[in-house]
Design a protein around this ligand. Structure first.
Ligand code: FAD
Length: 432
């Protein structure tokens, strides 16, 4: 028996583990664990996963289960730590091989190790990288230590040397007998210790989780509106769903892959138009890869206060400053509007994220890890590498060669010239 262990790769298309399992022609089951560790409070007092991302995850796993069922694969969904749930499945179903996406950050490594230790001897754990645009084996460096510190050097060199791999072939459905009757339930927000909420009408992210939903967004942003062709001009926007692709949340939990987006852009360039904007979406996906490589290169240093530079700054941790930042009551309306957007929706634009991070870490000199942990809790699209990579970058302990501090006032004047965004969050009531 094969077991496909789904983590942040919640899709049935372009999925290496699923494809390897299907090639063996052996019976195959699948599992997703809502890990209680992910819903506890962290050391700064924030829930590791707040309601917005939890809801998106519930929707994603619901679609995954339906899509797997069409392939005659049963998805067990458990509200239990993988370290215990997976060995039980292995024993109950005589699983010989477990397929899953390779991870290397601290918490993820510990979980995989826990699974390994608790599984019977002889169980094969088969891990594959499936979250990159450029596969690690295709990189033109002999080891990760050679990856440049500066993004532009990384991008320019790799763009010449690396090809994006084709999409992994869609698997054929298993025979009907592969389906197993089982009664595991997808938890509700309440089961996860979170409260229900109504979607804020002002949200710039009015989307649902799941691989079909990710494809619908591609359909809309690329093919129906053709907004992709203007992306480079609109990407610094703040209001509405179409200033940027909004693909990050699906990418973060793997309900779409970076490769799938890349190949869709190639198709768009052939069928509609190839311009700066179509290139720029790929450029941003390369940033995403870059932060994954930064964390592969530097390991757990991305979580340390001194970051990858081992910098020794005098960080503060002031309760009053923290409350003002989180509640949107700082001296800057622009920061406040962005922070209110985050707490009311789980979303913030890239422009907003850079400004509020710079305000927190650079201007207020507060421990950047608290800011990163707050983002981790709230963001629908939280991704460990992108979040911590961007936070260290914006806090002066990462890869920014210029070590900039944002002038919030002039940023607000430039990107929210008419004040529409600031008014939206500071003046409008929630559900009008
Ligand atoms: P688009 O502008 O349409 O870009 C397309 C894709 O490129 C995105 O979906 C994303 O996958 C990738 N991308 C774009 N910008 C970046 C970037 N700076 N770093 C890495 N990848 C990028 N992104 C996350 O996905 N998860 C996070 O937890 C996260 N935390 C962040 C924290 C801070 C302090 C900052 C400054 C940025 C963070 N970002 C994070 C990066 C970026 O803000 C979001 O990826 C982007 O706003 C998502 O919107 P979009 O999908 O419409 O992006």
């Amino acid at each position: 028996m094969n077991l496909v262990w789904f983590k942040n790769d919640l899709r049935t298309i372009d999925h290496t583990g699923l494809s390897l399992a299907s090639k063996t022609k052996n019976p195959t089951i699948a599992v997703y664990c809502f890990d209680p560790k992910q819903f506890k409070k962290d050391r700064f007092g924030f829930k590791k996963t707040e309601k917005y991302r939890a809801q998106f995850l519930i929707e994603t796993v619901t679609e995954l289960r339906e899509n797997l069922e069409k392939l005659n694969i049963t998805l067990f969904v458990v509200n239990e730590e993988p370290e215990f749930a997976i060995p039980k499945l292995v024993k109950n179903y005589q699983v010989e091989r477990i397929y899953f996406q390779k991870e290397w950050t601290f918490e993820e490594r510990n979980i995989i190790e826990g699974v390994r230790v608790n599984c019977p001897n002889g169980t094969s754990l088969i891990e594959t990288f499936d979250q990159f645009l450029w596969h690690p084996e295709d990189l033109p460096y002999s080891n990760y230590s050679e990856i440049p510190k500066v993004f532009t050097n990384f991008r320019k060199y790799c763009e010449k040397q690396v090809d994006v791999r084709p999409i992994v072939n869609k698997i054929d459905a298993f025979p009907n007998e592969n389906l197993i009757s089982q009664s595991t339930q997808i938890p509700s927000l309440h089961d996860l210790g979170l409260s229900d909420f109504e979607i804020d009408k002002r949200t710039a992210f009015p989307f649902k989780g799941g691989e079909n939903q990710a494809n619908l967004r591609i359909e809309e942003y690329f093919w129906e509106t053709k907004n992709l062709q203007y992306y480079k001009k609109t990407r610094n926007g703040l209001v509405g769903k179409d200033y940027s692709s909004k693909l990050s949340a699906w990418l973060a939990n793997g309900s779409i892959s970076a490769r799938m987006i890349y190949w869709e852009v190639q198709k768009f360039e052939k069928d509609v138009i190839k311009n700066d904007s179509t290139y720029w979406l790929i450029f941003e996906l390369i940033w995403r890869d870059f932060f994954k490589y930064v964390s592969l290169k530097h390991g757990d240093r991305i979580f340390k206060i001194g970051g990858i530079l081992n910098a020794d700054y005098d960080w503060d941790s002031n309760e009053h400053t923290r409350k003002n930042w989180i509640n949107g009551t700082t001296k800057y309306d622009f920061v406040n509007a962005n922070m209110l957007e985050l707490s009311n929706t789980g979303w913030m634009s890239n422009r907003g994220r850079q400004n509020v991070a710079s305000f927190w870490a650079k201007e207020s000199k507060q421990d950047w890890r608290i800011g990163a942990a707050y983002f981790e809790s709230l963001l629908i699209d939280y991704d460990v590498h992108s979040n911590y990579g961007n936070w260290i970058y914006n806090s002066g302990v990462g890869n920014d060669p210029r070590d900039r501090i944002f002038n919030i006032k002039s940023q607000a004047e430039r990107y929210d010239e008419s004040g529409t965004f600031t008014r939206l969050w500071l003046q409008n009531s929630l559900f009008d």
